[in-house]
Design a protein around this ligand. Structure first.
Ligand code: NOJ
Length: 545
């Protein structure tokens, strides 16, 4: 897999420190989030500072210079809070404490400070739909069967059937099996995810107050925003009606269900927007919301709600030019209707890595590199999942005994493959865990990952890492602005944006075109005889016009 490095384009790439200023510094960078590139750090798998095989906050801090050099604007850290880790930390037992696995509050403070010094902002996860079953609130609810006591913070219900032996309704957990679990005293509680993740009752004012206080805690520590887990799930349809057709919600799905995307969630987000706006420096909220359409998703980013919402329609889109074009058009139109940016994403810790989704092997990597250039050419903000800049594929052969994804262990689970995208990333070509840490790694890394490490790819102009670095540096210099489609041969998407033309060849053959302009960057080697450009199969290029 090869690519031509961009010829010089006349402007030096800004250093990280000259990039967007951190929230604390000034009003420069106003609306910084509208076109920000935000890098997702899956803390457990990013860098391990103490050799226990599990990534941690100090490890992440030590590696921040790599991210600054990559050319991103902000990092999003997945949950590092005190947790029994029944779902990789998305089961929080104490929202104001760092789990000892990942360090302590001083480490969190140090990370935020170091990031700001490097010109990077920091977004942290907040998990408001459910707590851990070890959270003091849930322990109190289990201990007191009074339905009007501590149980009012969750959804406890009597069962159906002659003896209450059947769940209160037919809702299925996203991870498989019923969404209800019975307590020893006979009541049932709701958990849209694992039984260890009881759903909170957002009709209870105390829940609102607690989360306001949690957000303030982290904002006071200096974070620049929140990625809001299950932002579409906190409010359930009144009366919790049966679905009637036994449908299990799929992870990152788009079904219409009585427990997702209810209109009531928007009032919560409005309240949080007011809270975010009461802090200086444009702190942001990004919704992880699974909505049935681009229009429904856009409601989360109305001017008085959140700033961004992940565009999972783009993530789920197959390698098919008509589908890609219409997802892009629909997404841009929907967000434009509310004055918000579109937020592009190709991978995260819940989905099969995109080189594998796009067919795997050499073809998958070619397409992944091309998709990255397409995504970075689009108007709006972009999220990069750790390791995608290395072209890492999904690890598909993990033995059952090392797996930790709760979906894998629930027989009816519809996914079960989330561990394969969470394998710790390689930093060095050699070493016990390819530089991830001094010890091993909590999931085994494939032997070929040494060759994909940061060290192995650095300085190799044909590497995926250098492709990302070059593209991110170029992106900073481009004027931006809206995009429009230009005509092109079948299978070729051609978009133009204020001085930039981006060509994506989705076909398996070379496509010849009159040279669209001066080649800035290409995901594969571009042959340009005379005035012609031979656009390689499954490749993308940027041209200056
Ligand atoms: C979405 C998170 O990304 C995923 O990892 C988690 O399992 C669910 N929300 C439940 O919190």
């Amino acid at each position: 897999m090869t690519h031509e490095l961009a010829p010089a384009v006349g402007l030096p790439a800004p250093t990280a420190a000259e990039g967007q200023s951190p929230a604390s510094s000034s009003s420069e960078g106003r609306d910084w989030w509208r076109d920000a590139v935000i890098y997702q750090v899956y803390v457990r798998s990013f860098a391990d500072s103490d050799g226990d095989g599990i990534g941690d906050l100090r490890g992440a801090t030590e590696r921040l210079p790599h991210l600054a050099e990559l050319g991103i604007d902000a990092v999003w850290l997945t949950p590092f809070y005190a947790s029994p880790q029944a779902d990789g930390g998305y089961d929080v037992a104490d929202y104001r404490a760092v789990d000892p696995l990942f360090g302590d509050l001083a480490d969190a403070d140090d990370l935020v400070r170091t990031a700001h010094e490097l010109g990077l902002r920091v977004i942290v996860d907040v998990v408001p739909n459910h707590t851990s079953d070890q959270h003091p609130w849930f322990l109190a609810a289990l201990a007191d069967p009074d339905p009007d006591g501590a149980r009012r913070r969750y959804h406890f219900r009597p069962g159906r059937g002659a003896h209450g032996e059947l769940p209160p309704n037919d809702w299925e957990s996203v991870f498989g099996g019923p969404a209800w679990t019975r307590t020893p005293d006979g009541a049932w509680y709701l958990h849209l995810f694992a039984p260890e993740q009881p759903d909170l009752n957002w009709d209870n004012q105390e829940v609102h107050e607690e989360f306001d206080s949690v957000l303030r805690f982290w904002l006071d520590l200096g974070v620049d925003g929140f990625r809001i887990d299950v932002a579409h799930g906190m409010v359930k349809a009144a009366g919790m009606p049966d679905i009637g057709h036994g449908e299990q919600a799929s992870l990152i799905g788009s079904q219409t269900l009585p427990f997702f995307d209810q209109d009531g969630v928007h009032e919560i987000h409005r309240g949080w927007r007011r809270l975010l706006d009461s802090y200086p420096g444009e702190r942001i909220g990004v919704a992880e919301a699974w909505a049935p359409s681009a229009e429904r998703l856009a409601l989360y980013v109305r001017p008085d709600e959140l700033h961004q919402a992940f565009n999972f329609q783009f993530l789920r889109c197959p390698w098919e030019p008509a589908a890609m074009r219409s997802v892009i058009d629909e997404s841009l139109a929907a967000t434009a209707s509310v004055g918000a940016p579109t937020t592009w994403v190709l991978s995260n810790h819940d989905v099969v890595r995109h080189p594998t989704r796009y067919g795997g092997g050499a073809q998958g990597l070619r397409r992944a590199r091309a998709a990255a250039l397409l995504m970075l050419a689009l108007p709006g903000s972009t999220y990069i999942y750790q390791g995608e800049e290395l072209g890492l594929p999904e690890v598909t052969d993990l033995p059952s005994e090392v797996r930790q994804d709760p979906a894998f262990f629930r027989a009816a689970g519809q996914d079960g493959f989330r561990d394969g995208c969470r394998v710790p990333i390689p930093w060095t070509a050699k070493g016990p865990s390819y530089g991830f840490g001094e010890g091993g790694s909590w999931l085994p890394q494939p032997a070929e990952w040494g060759a994909l490490s940061v060290a192995a790819q650095t300085g190799d102009p044909l590497s995926t890492l250098e492709l990302y670095r070059s593209a991110l540096a170029l992106r900073r210099q481009l004027p931006g602005g809206p995009m429009r489609w230009l005509p092109g041969p079948d299978g070729l998407l051609v978009l133009a944006r204020n001085g930039l033309v981006c060509t994506l060849n989705t076909t398996a053959s070379v496509v010849e075109l009159p040279t669209p302009g001066r080649l800035l960057i290409s995901s594969d080697v571009m042959d340009q005889p005379g005035d012609t450009a031979r656009i390689p199969a499954d490749s993308c290029a940027w041209w200056a016009i």
